[in-house]
Ligand binder design. Structure first.
Ligand SMILES: Cc1cc2nc3c(=O)[nH]c(=O)nc-3n(C[C@H](O)[C@H](O)[C@H](O)COP(=O)(O)O)c2cc1C
Length: 165
């Protein structure tokens, strides 16, 4: 496995996918990375739904903001927050963000591509993914084999984003 820092620096959002399937084993490895993320009081308020059947993927694509991406990805993960497990809106969101980053990095380490879709608060989408009454949708993550390189996204220089005091 490549060096962690190199993986972090080479990961990019992937928005187009080939039709090659993602295996159950790959998904399980990705979840193993997700569940070791830190969370406030170790409450682990994340829950995941793997949307892989053709009918569910189609239904999701009809509702999701970037329908083409969801329609072509062999799987899309729905990331849910379990309000009953969590205890604080901000801390739960931070922990779930950490889990999502682990998912993106694990996918990249496995040679897969993924994209974090954050604008998903929508009752109809929650219904399609089977969110329970105490769960709310935090993100959708289409995952698949990259069908081409994503755009290089530049980063702000260190002196703009960090201060040493
Ligand atoms: C909270 C969050 C929400 C995002 N939502 C979307 C989205 O709805 N659609 C999308 O295509 N990319 C989305 N992205 C991906 C960002 O556009 C992307 O990470 C950023 O442009 C940097 O590019 P990179 O991931 O290739 O390094 C989101 C990323 C984050 C962290």
């Amino acid at each position: 496995m490549a060096d962690l820092l190199q993986l972090i620096q080479t990961r990019r959002s992937v928005r187009t996918f080939t039709t090659k399937p993602v295996t159950r084993e790959q998904i399980e490895k990705i979840f193993d990375a997700a569940r070791f993320a830190p969370s406030g009081k170790n409450t682990q308020p994340w829950r995941f739904v793997v949307v892989e059947s053709a009918s569910k993927r189609q239904a999701l694509a009809k509702l999701a903001p970037q329908d083409e991406m969801i329609a072509t990805a062999p799987v899309t993960l729905a990331v849910l927050r379990d309000r009953d497990a969590g205890y604080d809106d901000l801390k739960d969101a931070q922990g779930i963000g950490a889990a999502i980053e682990n998912i993106l990095l694990a996918a990249h380490a496995l040679g897969l591509g993924a994209c974090w879709i954050g604008k998903t608060r929508n009752a109809a989408i929650e219904h399609v993914v089977g969110a329970k009454e105490h769960e709310e949708l935090m993100a959708l993550i289409p995952i698949g084999h990259p069908a081409g390189r994503s755009n290089d996204s530049s980063r702000l220089p260190l002196e703009t984003i960090a201060r040493f005091i």
